[in-house]
Write a protein of this length. Structure first.
Length: 410
């Protein structure tokens, strides 16, 4: 039976996604991608001419992130020109989908060595206006059949519908900060972390820039909800608002605004890469496998609420792998908003001590197209540290979708 082996994974630190303020904001996106691609090649003594494809996730393929950043990053990293590259977009799930597509290339026997990953520079000028809430770009027919709102307003709508309170979400956020601080203090991320340098050789960043370990319940309680005003913002000349888009499908919904900057994912810059190989290639070239991809799945759900697909995607990928939630040792559910992870835990009746054990995007940040690949490396490192077997990674995406991947240590 064919297998797709994970040989290695690495990521940059997450930088604050603020133009001229974040430590990575002056780095070109292609150079940020090159940092992890170069690290993978050096750490594993790769003959990059053998890399059949570089499959790269990037959500906002505009400005400096346009023009097939996967290929350009590989060239910038010094990869052999015979190593091709492609860039894919599944909004927030792009990096995780890149890993799934890479594993499919290997499992099919069409490729023997593939690199998957992603890059997102949320600090990049010109990136605004590319978000999923604007994905119809004037397609009134699509807007009429599938109204799609702002993701933050969607998160608050889900919390309202599910009866999940601000206190519940703040408690989750506080624990994310605590777990991330513990992981950083104890070096749990060090194995995968790749420092980023400026072109002149000066260090740009060697640590995650966003965590706030001093966060308290009191500071979270004092933050103003972020999306109440946005819900009343008009999206067209007739005064249609983001809130009204949701009420077209959920009439009369009185949204309780519970999300704010402290219980939503941090805006971040970053890049990550995962090296996958066939068993035959790995054996011939002395590459030691760390894990195998057991299964992957994709699932669509309500595009109006947008963020609810991780649960059905998880059920689908578990069915494909012939496993139950009890067979998974660690879960990584991207903390795009606190309600996404909280609902995921509740609906699947998960042990909280198995979910996002080193914190998540609320504390660490969410560089959209890179996060999924980052989470694969995070769960792999932690499976090894704890001597556990299986991990599951999933995340919500724009358009009401979720990819999910299960890996198993070798």
């Amino acid at each position: 039976m064919r297998e797709a082996w994970i040989i290695d994974a690495c990521r940059t630190p997450r930088g604050a996604g603020k133009a001229e303020k974040g430590a990575l904001s002056a780095i070109h996106p292609q150079q940020l991608g090159a940092a992890v691609l170069k690290a993978l090649a050096e750490r594993n003594d790769l003959n990059t001419a053998d890399v059949g494809d570089v499959i790269w996730g990037t959500s906002a393929q505009v400005a400096a992130q346009s023009g097939d950043i996967g290929r350009m990053s590989a060239l910038d990293a010094g990869y052999d020109i015979r190593s091709s590259g492609i860039t894919v977009d599944r909004f927030c799930g792009a990096g995780l989908s890149a890993v799934a597509l890479a594993s499919a290339s290997v499992l099919s026997g069409m490729e023997d060595l593939v690199v998957a990953g992603g890059t997102e520079m949320m600090s990049m000028p010109g990136r605004r206006g590319s978000g999923p809430m604007l994905m119809d770009f004037g397609n009134l027919r699509l807007r009429a059949s599938h109204p799609q709102s702002n993701q933050g307003v969607c998160a608050d709508a889900i919390a309202t519908l599910e009866g999940i309170s601000r206190q519940d979400i703040d408690s989750f956020a506080l624990e994310s900060q605590r777990r991330a601080a513990n992981a950083i203090q104890n070096g749990y991320f060090d194995k995968s972390l790749v420092p980023v340098y400026h072109e002149n050789g000066d260090l740009a960043l060697d640590r995650d820039e966003l965590p706030r370990p001093s966060t308290t319940a009191e500071t979270l309680a004092g933050l103003k909800p972020s999306f109440a005003e946005l819900a009343e913002l008009s999206v067209n000349d007739e005064g249609l608002t983001y809130g009204a888009l949701i009420r077209q499908v959920y009439p009369g919904l009185d949204i309780d605004f519970v999300h704010h900057a402290g219980n939503s994912s941090g805006v971040a810059d970053g890049s990550a890469a995962v090296l996958l190989a066939s068993p035959d290639y790995a054996r011939r070239h002395g590459l030691k496998p760390r894990a195998r991809v057991l299964a992957y799945a994709n699932m669509g759900d309500c595009p109006t609420l947008m963020l609810n697909a991780p649960v059905p995607a998880t059920r689908k990928v578990l069915h494909k792998a012939e496993l139950s939630v009890d067979d998974i040792d660690l879960f990584e559910i991207n903390e795009a908003f606190g309600v996404v992870a909280e609902k995921f835990i509740r609906e699947l009746k998960l042990d909280r001590d198995k979910v996002n054990v080193n914190g998540g995007a609320i504390a660490l940040g969410h560089p959209i197209g890179a996060t999924g690949a980052m989470l694969v490396g995070t769960v792999l490192d932690e499976l090894e540290r704890r001597d556990l077997q299986r991990g599951l990674v999933t995340m919500c995406t724009g358009g009401g979708m979720a990819p999910a991947v299960i890996i198993e240590r070798i």
